[in-house]
Design a protein around this ligand. Structure first.
Ligand code: FAD
Length: 533
């Protein structure tokens, strides 16, 4: 029987619409849905997850954007949302008990174990002359992290206001404007040896320690040290699919291949979203133009914006568009990344790969400040010299045992480094491909230099650049971590925007980027929405 007009109307009205199916949007949507809100998620890609997706090529499952998820221990900020959504039941974290290995030039590799104490002990044993600095560094991370936990605690015990709060503020306030670079200099002076190792994974947040806010770094890096770095069995796609399933199981809808084209405003506040059939994103070539097909409108008093604020502003009419742009003016997008996805027919361990995550720094790489010049390298065709300057991480997923990926004898390995869209955006399609394959060849040569013979086991390769990230995520500059976490930009979390009814639920949101940041931003948005519901 065809639906009555009333039923058709009610199908188009929701309590909240999520624009973009990345982790932040899915988390916000799931948290609202379990509280009884009717939620619609619109995602332009053919699967949910944004950077948290897995795709299939020639019998190989390729993990797009999960190297390591921090924490998941009892102190983790995101544990409460993890539990609220019952994710422990569906998501199995796996790790090898080592955070990462650092290979700097021809120097002996240094291994960073998981856990604060094991890290302090291992590093103090190798660098006894820096033991004081090492303790100071880890104490600072722990203190700031504890303060942030106190400030964001949901449960505030008796005495919180006059005992815990002042203590947290005393710990945090002197560090609010501090940078990571400042902390490293305070602890180690001009000696770059420890900073190089401690911030070897800086590309998980930013590319310049001078422009990296210490509180953000302390929360994220501290969580890696304390709780470890985990992969998730079944890949990031399982996490994204689980969150989407929670929305659906609680009366919501998740629609892929739907591109939001306009945010509707009524009497100054959000009233709904117009959307249309999205073109299929293809591996090669620029993003296809809008289809204009199957336009639809759904109404809701709340929009949870998972797309970047700049993208949301483009969907708004005036004066709301300018208002939203104004609210985020001057905030630089984060770095983007390049990623070379490799399929192996033999385990990389056969060629000397000793850990899941290996950070490879060239001999010329002195201090973490050298990350800042990394992105520009790909702005030119490679030379033998520039190819040797690249710093990168190599992830060997086969070291984790059963990841739920790597079927049919193929094993996934990924090289990743810092990138910027400016490196690629003005190139013709032909020049883009030529430069990409030249860099790809250089990267394989570098990998071969580190692990002789490994090239013979490569049966598949695919290179993604900042241009790929911009195409698939629709973020300005192909940013993968929202806004750059610059010093001084640390502020009390707030997801609401100047447009009534519009909230940010993404890496650009209240709690920053990465899996944890995006999910916590989603949680913050849900909290603010539910408080008014
Ligand atoms: C190669 C790589 C490695 C990474 N490694 C790690 C790691 O090891 N650990 C970690 O914590 N983080 C890592 N990250 C970062 C992390 O994946 C991201 O910060 C996080 O997933 C971003 O989530 P988000 O909610 O902001 O959404 P995004 O992932 O940015 O997704 C946004 C979604 O919105 C959709 N969208 C945009 N515009 C529209 C529109 N108009 N209509 C409909 N849909 C729209 C997009 O299609 C996309 O699906 C990595 C990222 C990459 C790319």
């Amino acid at each position: 029987m065809p639906p009555t007009t009333e039923e058709t109307m009610s199908e188009h009205h929701w309590d909240a619409i999520v624009v973009g199916g990345g982790l932040g949007g899915l988390t916000a949507g799931a948290l609202c849905a379990i509280e009884g809100m009717r939620v619609l998620v619109l995602e332009r890609h053919d699967k949910v997850g944004g950077a948290a997706t897995v795709y299939r090529r020639k019998h190989l499952d390729i993990e797009v954007g999960l190297h390591e998820l921090d924490g998941l221990d009892a102190e983790d900020f995101k544990l409460r949302l993890w539990r609220k959504l019952d994710l422990e039941r569906w998501i199995e974290p796996i790790s090898e008990g080592v955070l990462y290995e650092v290979r700097h030039g021809d120097h002996p590799p240094v291994v960073m174990p998981e856990g604060f104490e094991p890290a302090i002990q291992a590093l103090s044993a190798q660098f006894p002359d820096q033991a004081v600095g090492i303790h100071r560094y880890f104490d600072t991370l722990r203190t700031i992290q504890g303060a942030m936990k106190t400030l964001t605690a949901e449960y505030r015990p008796a005495g919180w206001w006059f005992r815990d709060l002042p203590r947290a503020l005393v710990a945090l306030i002197p560090n609010v404007r501090q940078s990571l670079d400042g902390l490293l200099r305070d602890c180690f002076g001009d000696d770059p040896r420890l900073p190089r190792i401690l911030a070897a994974n800086l590309l998980y947040y930013a590319d310049d320690p001078r422009k990296m806010a210490l509180p953000f770094y302390a929360a994220a890096q501290g969580s890696f040290h304390r709780g470890g770095g985990h992969y998730l069995k079944g890949g990031s796609q399982r996490l994204s699919d689980t969150l989407a399933a929670i929305v659906v199981d609680n009366g919501g809808q998740v629609r892929t291949r739907r591109q939001a084209t306009r945010l509707l405003i009524d009497q100054g506040r959000i009233a709904g979203v117009a959307h249309e059939h999205a073109p299929l994103l293809t591996r090669e070539g620029p993003p296809p133009p809008p289809t204009g097909e199957d336009p639809q409108t759904d109404t809701a008093p709340v929009v949870l914006g998972n797309a970047a604020p700049q993208v949301l502003a483009d969907l708004l009419p005036e004066p709301q568009a300018s208002k939203l742009r104004g609210a985020f003016q001057g905030r630089a997008p984060s770095i983007s990344l390049w990623a070379l996805y490799l399929g192996f027919d033999r385990p990389p361990a056969d060629f000397g790969v000793a850990h899941y995550a290996t950070f490879v720094l060239p001999e010329s790489f002195q201090s973490p400040r050298d990350w800042a010049s990394q992105a520009a390298l790909l702005g030119e065709p490679p030379t033998r010299h520039s190819g040797q300057q690249l710093a990168f991480t190599f992830l060997d997923y086969s070291r984790l045992g059963d990841t739920g990926l790597n079927r049919e004898g193929r094993m996934l390995g990924t090289l990743t480094g810092v990138d910027r869209l400016e490196n690629w955006e003005d190139l013709s399609e032909e020049d883009y491909r030529a430069r990409k394959s030249a860099w790809q060849a250089q990267l394989l040569e570098r990998l071969e230099g580190c692990f002789p013979g490994i090239g013979s086991a490569i049966v598949f390769q695919e290179f993604a650049t900042a241009r790929t990230m911009a195409k698939y995520l629709n973020t300005p500059g192909g940013a993968v971590y929202g806004f750059n976490p610059s010093p001084g930009e640390f502020r009390p979390p707030k997801a609401a925007t100047p447009i009534p009814g519009l909230y940010l639920a993404s890496a650009f949101g209240a709690m920053g980027g990465g899996f944890t940041g995006a999910m916590l931003s989603g949680e913050q948005a849900a909290k603010e929405v539910l408080a008014l519901w």
